[in-house]
Write a protein that binds this ligand. Structure first.
Ligand code: UDP
Length: 357
């Protein structure tokens, strides 16, 4: 009897493929695997390198509108990666209902489709779920989630993601859903946010700081900038995600992984100093970097009264080490340099050796 082994290439559906994580993930998959990517997004500015690739299939659409396209592709694909979400703290306080409708309602519908069609789901949770947890290191299975009161609207995102994690976990336990939940810890890198976005508070901290230096505006440290974050370079994060999607022998199935770099733990004030020092290395920008002021602002003046901060956030990455053999490799300083090269020198990041390794 003949045994015919057919090597199946995976079909990966990425919703929000033009986002920071989606665009980097799609590119990495096309470069390093034989998988096909089916991607949806509302725009294409970050996926120019993917468009036209024979294994990249793009559809311009909106997850709240193009439900039939999504249902058809959930059925067609092997792994579903729904990355559409608002993940910017300023939005949690200015438009919490929009955050709820998109991050929760639109995404839970996709989770249910994965249950219905028995498809593997790789879902983004967030390091925000741990909230103001006072443990030194946050563990996926044992740490407590500590959120503020309802009038501190900042926590709506954390709470939404926590409920989604619980819903996905329950579908796994009760309905056999094959899932992996991952929790990003301050991913940074080229294409994080639009660097020229003028709105103060509208971007994540690194983009905001680079933007302020370029615009000759003071860098604002919220409440003095003593709060700490562990910064994770996007390519390290993507390596981890590719392993999760690959999922050899089901090692990632029904697990939750923190994806972060516990070694690169800096205060926001330290981050500001590093950004300014590094921008000075670019001759065209040296003068403005030398003049830049770093000031402290009250969080309620910067974000509004319903903001509350997280003072420290260090991931345990033992699970990713143990099950995926993953280890982050890029320091914050290297990450900043690569990000600045992309923005200030227009270096084609997709062709960068880090990105291709
Ligand atoms: N932050 C700051 N100045 C800014 C923007 C942000 O001091 O211009 C602080 C913010 O209060 C938070 C940290 O930087 O403590 C990280 O903010 P980010 O928006 O990147 O996301 P978070 O890690 O809070 O989810």
């Amino acid at each position: 009897m003949w045994h015919i082994f057919v090597l199946m290439s995976k079909k990966v559906l990425i919703l929000g493929v033009n986002g920071f994580i989606g665009s980097s993930l799609a590119w990495k998959i096309l470069q390093t695997t034989n998988w096909s990517v089916y991607g949806m997004d509302m725009s294409t500015n970050k996926i120019e390198h993917c468009l036209g690739h024979e294994r990249f299939h793009f559809f311009e659409g909106d997850i709240t509108i193009n439900r039939e396209w999504i249902e058809y592709h959930v059925r067609k694909c092997d792994v579903i990666v729904p990355l559409v979400a608002i993940a910017t703290p300023s939005m949690y306080v200015t438009d919490p209902i929009r955050v709820y409708e998109l991050d929760f309602e639109a995404n839970v519908a996709i989770v249910k489709k994965c249950v219905q069609y028995k498809k593997r789901l790789v879902f983004p949770s967030t390091s925000e779920v741990y909230g103001m947890c006072d443990e030194k290191v946050f563990d996926e299975l044992t740490s407590n989630f500590t959120l503020g009161p309802i009038n501190k609207q900042r926590w709506i995102y954390s709470c939404i993601k926590q409920l989604l994690d619980r819903v996905i976990y329950a579908y796994g336990e009760n309905n056999g859903l094959d899932y992996t939940i991952f929790r990003p810890f301050n991913f940074v890198g080229p294409k994080l946010d639009d660097i020229h976005e003028p709105k103060e508070g509208g971007s994540r901290v690194l983009t905001q700081f680079i933007h302020n230096v370029l615009q000759n505006r003071p860098i604002k440290l919220v409440d003095g900038g003593q709060q700490r974050r562990c910064f994770t370079f996007i390519d390290d994060a993507i390596d981890c995600l590719v392993k999760i999607i690959e999922n050899p022998n089901g090692v990632a199935s029904k697990r939750i992984f923190n994806i972060g770099n516990p070694n690169e733990d800096y205060s926001i004030a330290e981050l500001a100093d590093m950004v300014v020092e590094l921008v000075k290395e670019y001759e065209e920008y040296r003068e403005q970097a030398e003049k830049i002021e770093i000031v402290s602002v009250k969080s309620e003046d910067y974000y509004g009264k319903s903001y509350q901060d997280v003072s420290a956030r260090v991931p345990s990455i033992d699970a990713a080490r143990q099950y995926l053999g993953w280890e982050p490799r890029v320091t914050l300083k290297q990450a900043l340099k690569l990000t600045l090269d992309f923005h200030l020198r227009n270096k084609d990041y997709e062709l960068n050796e880090y990105h291709l390794r």
